[in-house]
Design a protein around this ligand. Structure first.
Ligand code: C2E
Ligand code: CA
Ligand code: CA
Length: 705
């Protein structure tokens, strides 16, 4: 569940990032489009403005030249320039001034006197105290054959930014003065800025020295403006050069209008959409987070919540968890349908609520396990306090469709220490593993500190790994323990016992046999040992006189095919069937006795011999004695070992012998560890003896005793 939670967190983050990135991309593209749509206009405006400026300047140059030509004519025809013509010239100047909005101050400056003629008449240099002949526009015109356009400068009278167009006048090729006109930039600016309809654009014109001739900010006119650099192009601006005037034109999109265009409704919808998505995701997160905490089925808190609750209690030195597992739900499902399994669990949860109301928190950690956590933290104390309810939990009836069904329940009470509480996230799955493992055992209630159980599981796991490795590396070998005839001391029979070769040691199989049975490896192991032992027999017993006894795991005997496999291995080596004894043990593991009987009878018909191992232990030994037509019984070693010390064992052995004799069976006594035991057995009616005193299991066949 933790990983599910992480997945949905990651998914939420991814969705938010995708929406955010999407919005940003759309935003940027939108901005780009807005700039692009202006870009086309920039060019049009730049080019048309450039033409307008050229036209304007050209018109003004024409006026100036006309005025110049007029003056030249007058100069040509009269010697006394000032006598009658001034009035006439002033009038012409005035007319030109008023004919054009931009042209002002048309005047003629006389080289000889420094006096000037304006639209208002003669200005005496002495009165005005300004000698125009020293001005740049005058000096430049003097050296040029054509009209001269000055750089922007501030007019000496008005201090307003202007440019001056000037033109030299000659009388019979002699320079006599300069005619000039001012163009105030404010006027030109006003006129030109209003001549285009693209109010989304800003228009700039710069003189070759970088001074602003046209600028949206009036105060910048005549000054070096910051826009006069290539950065403007990066901001989406467009530069062109007017080659006639040697002026530079720049058109820039207006930042405010651009933003207005971008921040339109569509983008608003995107942003609102983004916010709604975020809110929905947060709500979904909240909903899902809640669904982690409460089981849909039982309404109890979940495993996720349990772990979080325990983590919150990590300050505790210990705490107790009671696991309640429903062992069997299959029969409910088969009999009443899967839906009724749900009803069963809901009703069981209800029972737990009643039983532990207020005393502990109840969790539904999966579809068959519940956990109750307690405030008290000592498992013995809790065990005492809940013992009256354990019975009810285990033996209650749950009603389904008016039928009362007995709950088959397994309980585990664990006490966790602080370290285990602290690492509960990693530790809890181990607890669940223990519960799962114990659930299939014989006990119905287990309690204690869990580490021991976990260690058991882990050591079993290690054993299985070890066994699997040994199988893979072919390190399982047969050992042989002799059985001697009690009268003649002759050795004719050997019991085959498995050993695991581990470096220089041969390990006894006991713990591994149990693992092998649990993990379904036993059949393969037994067949492997059988094969090796028989192969060995054919080498050392060419005449086929010796009898080998093999241990058959009770679990293998449930598989009807198993004995066929055994038989086919024996036949492969052509060993006489009467020289094979199959020892049946762990009879409580045999599931279908009728099936086994059929098989045994079939094999007996082809001369195989059978023996009941560990006779006297386990239950219903006598039942099997009566039902399975065996040839030998092997009295369990635990009765033989201390037959001289414990009278009751002697009586028990005697009665087993009497019983076996009634069935005409051969009797083997195992665990004959010393001469005293052998002496006792010799007085009894035993046929064969086996044990360390006779001979230990060995890789070679021991011939004499
Ligand atoms: P088991 O069939 O009762 O075998 C006799 C066990 O007693 C053997 O232990 C043997 O070494 C031991 N033993 C023999 N003489 C004495 C004695 O005088 N005193 C004492 N205390 N013990 C004696 P082992 O070899 O460790 O085998 C243990 C059990 O494992 C066997 O009990 C048998 O049930 C099972 N087993 C052994 N080999 C195989 C095998 O290849 N397949 C199967 N399925 N089970 C096997
Ligand atoms: Ca045996
Ligand atoms: Ca035995």
């Amino acid at each position: 569940m933790d990983s599910r939670e992480n997945i949905h967190r990651i998914a939420s983050i991814i969705i938010i990032v995708v929406i955010l990135v999407g919005t940003v991309i759309i935003h940027m593209n939108y901005e780009k489009n807005a700039v692009n749509s202006l870009q086309g206009n920039l060019k049009i405006v730049a080019e048309s403005t450039s033409t307008s400026i050229s036209k304007q300047i050209c018109t003004n140059q024409c006026y100036l030249k006309m005025a110049g030509n007029l003056l030249s004519n007058i100069f040509e025809n009269t010697d006394d320039f000032y006598s009658e013509n001034v009035k006439h010239i002033s009038k012409v100047f005035e007319e030109v001034n008023s004919a054009d909005n931009i042209v002002t101050n048309l005047c003629f400056v006389d080289e000889a006197t420094g006096n000037s003629i304006t639209s208002k008449g003669i200005f005496n240099m002495k009165d005005s105290k300004i000698d125009y002949r020293t001005r740049n526009w005058y000096v430049e015109a003097k050296t040029s054959k054509n009209t001269v356009i000055s750089d922007a400068y501030n007019d000496i009278n008005t201090d307003k930014p202007c440019i001056t167009i000037s033109y030299a006048i000659y009388k019979k090729n002699k320079f006599v003065g300069v005619v000039a006109e001012d163009m105030f930039l404010e006027n030109m600016n006003y006129y030109l800025l209003n001549s285009h309809n693209y109010n989304a654009l800003n228009l700039y014109v710069f003189s070759p020295t970088g001074k602003a001739i046209i600028h949206p900010d009036k105060n910048m006119l005549g000054k070096i403006a910051p826009e006069n650099n290539t950065d403007s192009e990066d901001r989406g601006g467009y530069f062109i050069q007017n080659y006639e005037l040697n002026w530079k034109l720049l058109v820039l999109p207006r930042a405010d209008i651009l933003n207005k265009k971008i921040n339109n409704n569509l983008l608003m919808i995107f942003y609102i959409g983004f916010i709604i998505c975020c809110i929905l995701l947060i709500a979904a997160n909240y909903y899902i987070a809640n669904s982690y905490k409460i089981s849909n089925l039982t309404g109890l808190n979940t495993r996720y919540k349990l772990i979080n609750d325990v983590i919150r209690k990590s300050y505790l030195s210990s705490t107790c968890l009671l696991f309640i597992s429903i062992k069997e739900l299959n029969s409910v499902s088969i009999e009443y349908g899967y839906n009724e399994v749900k009803t069963f669990l809901i009703n069981y949860a209800e029972l737990l609520r009643k039983l532990f109301n207020g005393e502990g928190d109840i969790y539904s950690i999966n579809e068959r396990d519940f956990v109750v956590t307690f405030k008290s933290s000592n498992y013995e104390e809790i065990f005492d306090s809940i013992s009256n309810r354990i019975f009810e939990m285990k033996h209650c009836n749950i009603t389904i469709k008016n039928d009362d069904i007995k709950a088959d329940v397994f309980l585990t009470l664990f006490e966790l220490n602080r370290q285990e509480i602290k690492s509960i996230k990693a530790y809890f799955p181990k607890l669940e593993n223990v519960v799962k493992d114990l659930r299939n055992g014989k006990e119905s209630f287990v309690y204690g500190k869990p580490q021991q159980f976990i260690n058991d599981i882990e050591s079993r796991k290690r054993k299985v790994m070890f066994l699997k490795k040994a199988i893979k590396e072919d390190r399982l070998v047969p050992f042989f323990q002799p059985l001697a005839d009690i009268k003649t001391h002759e050795i004719q029979i050997y019991e085959v016992l498995m050993r695991i070769k581990d470096k220089d040691n041969f390990l006894a199989p006991y713990p591994y046999i149990i693992m092998a049975e649990k993990y379904n490896l036993i059949q393969d192991i037994d067949l492997m040992i059988l094969n090796k032992a028989i192969e060995y027999k054919t080498k050392v017993d060419k005449e086929d006189k010796i009898i080998f006894a093999f241990n058959m795991s009770g679990k293998s005997l449930n598989d009807s095919n198993y004995l066929n496999k055994v038989s086919s291995i024996i036949d492969k080596y052509n060993v006489k069937h009467e020289n094979i004894i199959l020892e049946i043990t762990e009879t409580q593991n045999i599931e279908n006795i009728d099936e086994l009987l059929k098989l045994v009878n079939k094999l007996k018909k082809s001369n195989y011999k059978f023996s009941i191992d560990d006779f006297g232990t386990g239950f219903s030994s006598i039942y099997y004695l009566k039902n399975i037509p065996v040839d030998y019984i092997k009295i369990d070693g635990s009765f033989i070992k201390d037959i001289n010390e414990k009278k009751e064992n002697l009586y028990l052995v005697k009665s087993i012998i009497n019983m076996a004799k009634a069935f005409e069976l051969k009797i083997v006594a195992e665990f004959v560890e010393n001469k005293g035991i052998l002496d006792t057995l010799e007085k009894l009616d035993v046929d064969y003896v086996q044990g360390y005193y006779i001979g230990k299991p060995s890789s070679e066949l021991q011939k004499v005793f």
